[in-house]
Write a protein that binds this ligand. Sequence first.
Ligand SMILES: [Zn+2]
Length: 199
Amino acid sequence: MEFEKDKCQWCGNDAPAYNSIYVPGEDKNLQICLHCYNKEISKAAGIEYEDIQLHPVVLKDLDGMDHEFRFSLRLMGGQQVLCAHEVKADLSSGYEFKMIGETKEGIFPLFSRLYEQMLKSLSRKHISRNTEIDQWQITGDDTVRGQISSVGYDDAQGPNPLLIIDGKKITWDEFAQMVLTYEGFNFKLQIFDQNDEKD
Ligand SMILES: [Zn+2]
């Protein structure tokens, strides 16, 4: 049977990238939704697993912009990973948060820790757009938290690096421009994972 893209190849339900995983099939990898995957893992590991669907949430950032998040849960035996993925109308990358916890503690304590992290992160702003020179600049102190990602592929150099800062895509060149503001100064650049707990 031919399946459409982004459909689970076991149950046929929608399986967007954030909520699916690739598992080896007979001749090619199969895209499987995390609900099916978790059921298999729980059976294999003899773990009790209740398939709880978390509703999407919308959070506002400091500029009053809405950010919509969808959740996915992945069982890894004794541990489970709960992720919040920002979904954007143009399908571009946005915020992504992860929290790992014991499977036996259930999903809700994990959700509350993740949610706290999301609120904390959206209440911080690391960069702003300087409209006079039409480029991003680092606001506040010398700390930038973000996620290191990549976009596309360059035959000579491999994947093109991309940073997700404040839920925005920042290319390596744009980041270099921001750092150039500090030319001539001794500058300690700290890149933290946006999930970090340090202030
Ligand atoms: Zn499925």
